[in-house]
Design a protein around this ligand. Structure first.
Ligand SMILES: Nc1ncnc2c1ncn2[C@@H]1O[C@H](COP(=O)(O)OP(=O)(O)OP(=O)(O)O)[C@@H](O)[C@H]1O
Ligand SMILES: [Mn+2]
Length: 269
């Protein structure tokens, strides 16, 4: 094993902070926070860490998970942009099996953490909508691929910049995303055209909205069609976040301030 220890030492040499992706107290206890700046990242703070970044989703892909952890730690000023950080996480088992060294400023521009935490809408509302989109992407509607567009937050303005394509099944109802029955309704109504409009607090304001935002200065990747363009544009024109499930490539994408900030493959969640 000559050389392995040296190599590992190089990876962890002169680092400024550790990002520990764990919900296991025994693992956490092995770290002395006085010795090295330690930030725990997880869907819950099961280890009662003083420095903690909350993950809104169980990121299966290591890349998204680390990006989110770094951006969260920077946002909360637990680490600095100039820091060299070692991330300890799991890739193929539930135990820590991966050591990844990154520079903290490598990830500041993605807007991923911002998408959840600094959206007009509540972070858990954004997360619940993501989960509906992911589930819909996995299963489709009665086995067929389906597309959907969710516009979350700043609903009054979004309603002003859109028009109804059909009667609104959510008119006068007071239902919220995250409620299992509502999630079934959202999936059912996604077979038809247009967008869902959801308030900051998660109330379903409308289905079947045709969005008519100004598309000026919207820069979305080439090859995406009208649904994605409308999603990007509405987030430029309002303070909403848009979450899109593509019928053609099956990906879930999020837009904010007129830009694509995040994409994931539902099959990997
Ligand atoms: N401005 C809009 N507002 C709301 N919904 C829209 C708008 N434009 C398109 N859509 C919806 O998107 C659907 C698909 O349109 P299109 O194929 O052009 O989009 P796309 O971006 O390629 O999405 P997909 O990847 O799902 O095919 C339309 O049938 C319609 O329901
Ligand atoms: Mn299309």
């Amino acid at each position: 094993m000559t050389g392995l220890g040296d190599l590992l030492n190089d990876v962890v040499e002169e680092i400024d902070a550790v990002l520990l992706f764990t919900e296991d107290s025994e693992t956490f206890k092995r770290f002395d926070a006085d010795e090295i700046n330690t930030v725990v990242v997880g869907t819950s703070n099961a280890v009662d860490a003083e420095q903690f970044v909350s993950l809104p989703l169980q990121f299966e892909e290591i890349d998204g998970r680390i990006r989110f952890g770094i951006e969260g730690a920077l946002d909360q000023e637990l680490i600095e942009e100039t820091d060299e950080v070692v991330c300890l996480t799991s890739s193929f088992s539930s135990a820590i099996d991966s050591i990844i060294r990154v520079e903290a400023d490598q990830f500041t521009q993605t807007g991923l953490y911002d998408l959840f935490v600094n959206s007009r809408a509540d972070a858990d509302v954004v997360r619940d909508v993501f989960e509906v989109a992911i589930e819909l992407g996995k299963k489709g509607q009665k086995g067929k691929p389906v597309g959907a567009l969710f516009v979350v937050g700043d609903a009054g303005k979004v309603m002003n910049k859109s028009r109804p394509l059909s009667y609104n099944p959510f008119e006068k109802s007071h239902v919220h995303v995250g409620d299992p029955i509502v999630n079934v309704m959202l999936k059912e109504f996604s077979r038809l055209d247009g967008a869902f409009v959801i308030s900051d607090g998660g109330k379903i304001v409308s289905a079947y909205r045709y969005l008519e935002p100004g598309a000026e200065g919207v820069d979305i990747p080439k090859g995406l069609g009208a649904r994605h363009m409308a999603a990007g544009a509405i987030t430029k024109d309002t303070n909403a976040t848009a979450i899109v499930l593509s019928e053609s490539d099956g990906m879930v994408r999020a837009f904010k301030a007129g830009e694509l900030v995040f994409e994931l493959d539902p099959e990997e969640y």
